[in-house]
Design a protein around this ligand. Sequence first.
Ligand SMILES: Nc1ncnc2c1ncn2[C@@H]1O[C@H](COP(=O)(O)OP(=O)(O)OP(=O)(O)O)[C@@H](O)[C@H]1O
Length: 228
Amino acid sequence: MISIHNISKVFNAGRPNEVTAVGGVSLDVRMEQTTILKGPSGSGKTTLLGLIGCMARPSAGRIFLKQREITSLPERFLTDIRRTTFGFIFQQCNLIKGITALENVMLPAYPTGEKFSTLRGRAQATLAMLGVEKRAEAKIEWLSGGEAQRVAVARALINNPAVIIADEPTAHLDTKLSLEFIGIMRELKSRGTTIIIASHDPIICESWLAEQVVELRDGRIVAGATMS
Ligand SMILES: Nc1ncnc2c1ncn2[C@@H]1O[C@H](COP(=O)(O)OP(=O)(O)OP(=O)(O)O)[C@@H](O)[C@H]1O
């Protein structure tokens, strides 16, 4: 369980342009389930994902990962938790051009200090699991949209994370690719992965992925919007 207790994130605190992106959110994310954060643009979805995934620190409140309070841990512990617990899928894939699909997948695992050949083998196996092993040596700019999406998922999986965090993963995909993405998530869920997705795409929000839906507006949970 990831327990979020009264968490807030304020940007530019004390300045005229102060923004409360997340204001007093409390939420339990169940492991091995899928949770969707939905809400209009600017409602705080990305910020909340970043807080859950230890990419940013909250201004107030606490987060517990399997009963361990992680909010106040020193940065080096947070980096470690981020790397071993979470895999991130971004809106525009965020793959690095100029290097190959395989190299992109391996990148998040370099800091683990693992042997290069072991890491390479695991990256190849992950690409194969997603059906894009034949594109391993292709540069990112040579990939189709669907291939790039699968490589982005492979990169998120390389450190075998317990939790996948995806921010608007279908925003730039057509219906076919969006359904493909949902299929990949189904496979991950069947392997016991916890999935948290920020999306306002009806294809996602009305799919089986909507096990727990949390609706945000102006950085707060809309009353009565959490369902399971
Ligand atoms: N680094 C930042 N500095 C200042 N304000 C920020 C920053 N990041 C986000 N915000 C503001 O916080 C609010 C919530 O933004 P956030 O990106 O979390 O919303 P969102 O629901 O993910 O929106 P979208 O769907 O458009 O990505 C917005 O008003 C945004 O402008």
